[in-house]
Design a protein around this ligand. Structure first.
Ligand SMILES: Nc1ncnc2c1ncn2[C@@H]1O[C@H](COP(=O)(O)OP(=O)(O)OP(=O)(O)O)[C@@H](O)[C@H]1O
Ligand SMILES: [Mg+2]
Length: 371
């Protein structure tokens, strides 16, 4: 799939701008604070229905405006579609070929993978970063996962509140069973999605990491979960989950929070058999993060039969030339948007296939490369 043009009206620092894009690699150049990330965010928003950096949709409307409008022409499975996002006072609406559609429908036509500098920390930082990563990636091609996650969080919050209240009102303990049942049902479905996804991610990330490390390093991933000890337990997952909740009743009540469940999951990432978070060098951790992130390209393809559009915001200035070159090679099947403040692309690999767009104060201008 690829996007042919995008029109932005009263969105962030774009007043009314139509931007033509190219099927291969699009370099979005410009000085700081001109609107490069805003453009990336617009494409992410159109594909996913939410912004990766705004806490509310209303933030996306240009200052002094209550509405914003986006329109894009996207080619998906060889068919041209018009995608529209309209937003009035923070209320969003999506249209596919002029007809109002649910967000998930759009997702199937237009998918994006976003990679930004913060993602380089997936390996290095705490488990929350890695959970966020798997959640974002699975919901990218499985919209139902996003809802499942939301349900789980609601159940978890309610259950935690109840656990806290039981301390003061012990008779409430009788209602805990209902919440246990829901936590187990929804939590098990979440874990099953994660297990399947990580199985596939493990294979793909290993292939990419081999390329990035010139064949020297082996990357492997392990699902760390406090319910099952080994994959053989998968069939029994519901029963074990329930038992763990029952046997930790007292402790949970005294802590006032839920101890067992996918909300504390983690992925252990190893390079050549050693924990990359603890022992990996900065460079190894970054390469592993790139491998994990770019694995999405093939995983999306497996799931949807189409390659997603890749958005790389500010990533290139953070990487050395070897890694840049390897990444460019990996993007040969997809449309990509790469933001940067200077032309880092004199390398031969992308001379032929690149399209440069310069952004200045919310206005775009195509640049014809000089040979
Ligand atoms: N709702 C809004 N209305 C108008 N302008 C906005 C709005 N939100 C953000 N901006 C402005 O948009 C400008 C460009 O932001 P953006 O993050 O896209 O910059 P950038 O080109 O990615 O810069 P950098 O290279 O520093 O990352 C900022 O100066 C910001 O003040
Ligand atoms: Mg930016």
């Amino acid at each position: 799939m690829f996007i042919e043009e995008i029109k932005l009206i009263h969105y962030r620092n774009y007043e009314n701008e139509k931007i033509k894009t190219h099927e291969g690699i699009n370099i979005i150049m410009g000085e700081n604070a001109q609107g490069k990330t805003n453009l990336i965010e617009a494409m992410f928003f159109l594909s996913r229905g939410y912004s990766h950096r705004a806490s509310s949709v209303a933030e996306l409307a240009q200052w002094d405006h209550d509405d914003f409008f986006m329109n894009a022409i996207v080619v998906s499975q060889g068919v041209k579609h018009t995608l529209t996002a309209k937003c009035h006072l923070g209320k969003r609406q999506f249209l596919l070929d002029g007809k109002a559609r649910k967000r998930e429908k759009i997702n199937g036509i237009f998918n994006t993978i976003l990679f930004e500098p913060d993602d380089l920390k997936i390996v290095k930082e705490g488990p929350e970063k890695r959970r966020r990563f798997i959640n974002q990636e699975i919901s990218g091609f499985k919209p139902e996962y996003h809802y499942l996650l939301r349900d789980y969080e609601k159940i978890l919050n309610q259950r935690n509140m109840l656990l806290k209240n039981i301390r003061y009102e012990p008779s409430l303990a009788t209602t805990l069973e209902v919440w246990d049942e829901q936590l187990v049902q929804v939590g098990t479905r979440l874990m099953n999605h994660r297990i399947r996804y990580l199985h596939r991610l493990n294979r793909e990330a290993n292939v990419l990491h081999k390329i990035l490390s010139q064949g020297k390093e082996n990357l492997s991933l392990y699902y760390q979960n406090n319910i099952i000890d080994s994959l053989e337990d998968i069939k029994e997952i519901k029963r074990i989950f329930k038992e763990k909740l029952e046997s930790s009743r007292e402790e949970e009540i005294s802590r006032g929070s839920t101890i067992y469940g996918p909300h504390v999951d983690d992925i252990v990432i190893q390079i050549n058999g050693k924990d990359a978070r603890r022992y990996g060098s900065q460079g190894q951790q970054r390469s592993a993060a790139i491998s994990l992130k770019l694995s999405q390209i093939e995983i999306y393809f497996d799931n949807t039969g189409e390659y997603p559009v890749v958005l790389l915001d500010d990533i290139f200035s953070e990487l050395d030339e070897n890694r840049r070159k390897s990444i460019i090679k990996l993007l040969n099947k997809t449309q990509a948007f790469i933001t940067c403040t200077e032309d880092l692309f004199s390398t031969d690999e992308i001379q032929e296939n690149k399209h440069m767009i310069e952004i200045h104060q919310g206005q775009a201008r195509e640049i014809t490369p000089t040979k």
